[in-house]
Design a protein around this ligand. Structure first.
Ligand SMILES: [Zn+2]
Length: 587
């Protein structure tokens, strides 16, 4: 869903009533087949989708192809719309691939030696990304580009050469769960594949869907078979602010295989106005850390720290993820063992049967674990973004400063499962997802998000600005350790957690950014060594915390929704494990 700078699309999935589930799923199955067929047949014309000839994707598809099967013209247009949307996003990805193609050289792959298997050369990838990044971007693109480079490297590891074309490494994507956007039809009252009316008084939706029956016949009387659904308050409130767009029908498949259909009720609402620069008197700086997931501090423009730092500790979560990872490893070992056992018998031998059956069960279990693992990671990204926004609301702060994603920091430590998870957490999907979510939520909330140069932010004293060393802990000050958790300043004596120091320094950079803008009207990203970056003359000021009551460490947080100044949706802590995440307040 695309939207202009000041409009934002919100989508609310409403589960369809049980009596129409079978019909809706049948419709989605039929549509999915058509959509996949269209994608496959247009895959060799992918480039044409790099240019938008029309707002609607279906018009572009209609110009290129006849429907593979015809179930009514408007039904076809909705299918063509979805196929076109997928092809357009693939065309965008292909354009990015064209950017990385010249960089795909052998240097990215570590050659195989006696001791090690061939692998990806992380340093070369990082260098390539550094070369590619644009000077002014916030680095969000970097995440997409990195995934493309990794995909290309995996291709190399399998085939011994880089792909010549995008299509060589990326097969035509296939929709696994059905989706049918009604944007291709003529609207809620004139629609020929759906009809929808809203009763705001009764808070009700009346819906009719044109679907095939068990025999595949599309009945003419579909408009008479209406269903009623309640309209949630939150949707009603949003409807008053904006405009209702064509809904989509979508299939949801649960990890254990049950599936059901929802109607995505889509609204376009004006996004909150960004705060005026003159009102920005504090900055929330955060560090995406190695040990503590997120550390946040607030400073004002005069070099005072406001309130206490905030640490989002994911200890129990890390353990949970590590356990799932270990479970996956163990299941994979079992699979290898059973495969060897099965292969003792020739193909077609009846004795292969029992192991083959067991293998199917195991593979399903592995897939389930992965899904659980990934879902938790997504939840974590949402939680971290929500916490930061909650803090801005608490401190009345309109500006968040974060470390640029361009610094793909790797700790290069931790070969055990927990370490593996932590490295992964720092480098890839979680950070990318976190960045996307945070940017989107900041936009909705009218909070300005600016990325700062991360260089040396964890090796600089926030109090006096002098370069400072890090150590394993306050008890180990005799030996400097680059990745140490403790920072001690030899010039002024300040010491504290390294992540905490980094969050303060990033906030200082943000404050410099605001001051520079207010005086010159220009954006400027200072580096931490810059003279303009104010040292924090007064730290840990006693300003009252407008925070919820302090929660002692190890105390479980309540789960559920969080409401911030009436701004509900974005503040929702809708994660399945939020009760396990801990909030720690330190003075
Ligand atoms: Zn110092």
């Amino acid at each position: 869903m695309r939207s202009s700078r000041d409009q934002q699309s919100l989508s609310y999935p409403l589960r369809l009533p049980d009596e129409v589930q079978a019909d809706a799923l049948r419709l989605l199955d039929v549509s999915r087949e058509v959509i996949n067929a269209v994608i496959v047949s247009l895959w060799d014309r992918l480039d044409e989708f790099g240019t938008r000839t029309n707002t609607y994707a279906y018009k572009q598809v209609e110009e290129m192809i006849e429907p593979p099967v015809m179930h009514g013209h408007r039904q076809w247009r909705c299918e063509a719309e979805q196929a076109g949307r997928i092809l357009r996003s693939q065309a965008e990805r292909k354009k990015q691939f064209a950017l990385i193609l010249p960089m795909l050289e052998q240097g990215m792959i570590r050659p195989k030696t006696e001791a090690k298997r061939a692998g990806k050369h992380r340093k070369a990838i990082k260098q390539a990304l550094t070369d590619l990044r644009e000077a002014n971007s916030d680095g969000g693109n970097t995440v997409e580009l990195q995934s493309l480079i990794e995909q290309a490297c995996n291709f190399y590891l399998t085939n011994g050469c880089f792909p010549d074309t995008y299509e060589e490494m990326q097969a035509a994507p296939r929709l696994k769960a059905g989706i049918l956007p009604y944007a291709g039809d003529d609207g809620p009252t004139m629609g020929q594949s759906y009809r929808l009316s809203l009763d705001l008084e009764q808070k009700q939706i009346t819906l009719a869907l044109r679907t095939p029956d068990e025999t595949g016949t599309w009945a003419r009387t579909w408009r008479e078979k209406t269903i009623q659904m309640g309209l949630p308050e939150v949707v009603l409130a949003r409807m008053k602010q904006g405009k209702t767009l064509a809904p989509s029908l979508r299939e949801i498949i649960e990890p254990e295989g049950t599936r059901y259909a929802v109607l995505d009720f889509i609204l376009e609402v004006p996004a909150a106005q960004g705060a005026a620069w003159e009102d920005m008197d504090t900055v929330l700086g955060f560090d995406w850390g190695v040990r503590t997931l997120v550390t946040a501090s607030v400073v004002d423009l005069d070099g005072h720290q406001v309130g206490r730092p905030f640490f989002l500790d994911t200890g129990p979560f890390d353990g949970q993820q590590a356990r799932t990872r270990r479970q996956i490893d163990q299941l994979q070992k079992k699979v290898a063992f059973l495969e060897a056992q099965r292969d003792r018998f020739a193909l077609g031998d009846q004795k292969r049967e029992p192991t083959t059956r067991k293998l199917a069960v195991l593979r399903k279990e592995i897939a389930l674990c992965w899904r659980k693992y990934e879902a938790r990671n997504r939840d974590l990204a949402h939680l971290a973004a929500n916490v930061l926004l909650l803090l801005t609301a608490v401190f009345g702060c309109h500006f968040i400063a974060g470390e640029s994603l361009k610094s793909l920091k790797s700790t290069g430590r931790g070969r055990d499962t927990k370490g593996k998870w932590r490295n992964w957490r720092n480098n890839s999907q979680v950070r990318g997802e976190f960045w996307r979510v945070l940017r989107y939520k900041c936009f909705l909330a009218g909070v300005r998000l600016e990325w700062q140069q991360p260089r040396e932010t964890s090796h600089t004293c926030p109090h006096c600005g002098a370069p400072a060393d890090t150590y394993r802990s306050p008890e180990h000050l005799s030996q400097v350790e680059d990745w140490g958790a403790w920072l001690t300043c030899r010039s002024c004596g300040w010491n504290g957690a390294r992540d905490y120091a980094a969050s303060l320094n990033i906030a200082r950079l943000g404050a410099t950014f605001i001051v520079h803008y207010l005086t010159t009207g220009r954006y400027y990203h200072a580096s931490i060594a810059d003279k303009a970056v104010k040292p924090l003359s007064y730290m840990g000021s006693g300003s009252a915390l407008r925070l919820p009551p302090m929660v002692p460490r190890n105390h479980l947080l309540y789960a559920g929704r969080m409401f911030i100044n009436g701004w509900k949706r974005s503040g929702a802590l809708c994660s399945s494990y939020s009760s396990e995440a801990m909030f720690r307040l330190c003075g």
